[in-house]
Design a protein around this ligand. Sequence first.
Ligand code: ZN
Length: 219
Amino acid sequence: MNTTIGKIRLSFEEMWERIMACDARYDGLFFTAVKTTRIYCRPSCRSRKPKKQNVEFYVRLNEAEAAGYRPCKRCQPEFEHSPWNEFVLKARSFIVEHYRENLLLKDVADHVKLSTYYLERLFKQETNETPRMVLEKVRVDRAAHLLRCSDKSNLDICYESGFHTPSNFYKAFKRHHGCSPGEYREQGAPIVREAARRKIPRQQSPAAQRQTSPSSIVK
Ligand SMILES: [Zn+2]
């Protein structure tokens, strides 16, 4: 089963991986509906995970509601928590559609009709991340999925995930997973839960910021 999100397609399996990881970067891009409870959630919801066979995914909230699902009280998928979030959502959706291209920050900013400077500030303020970090994470997610679910070579996976050089691929992958793509595949690595993104404190120490900030991948 594939669901079209904009121009790209996330497979059922990829969406499943993202909800198992409670990955808030995909909030608003799709919704998880649970057939047994008739409740729908954000990908980042930290309630107990449903069984895989009881899950269906919706790209639009009103489709989930039309199918008779009610919003989860815990993650409140029906609310945007900030008026600025609409820009961030639009930008994230654009990144997920275009991660395979040589994406420039300006492309993303043009798409949401903000300046690059303002878009970066808005991202920082709303998510404590930059568009670059989100792009890199989306690429790493795609690579991890392919390592887990395909027998493509590391080099094919590097390019198919939108990385332009193997060295960037290895560095970015290691930063997120703590191991090389080859080691990840050998270990049959589990899906790692993300830290909750929406409630991250605004102030981080400079050392922590250096640790979480990847080198520039949008140039
Ligand atoms: Zn929920």
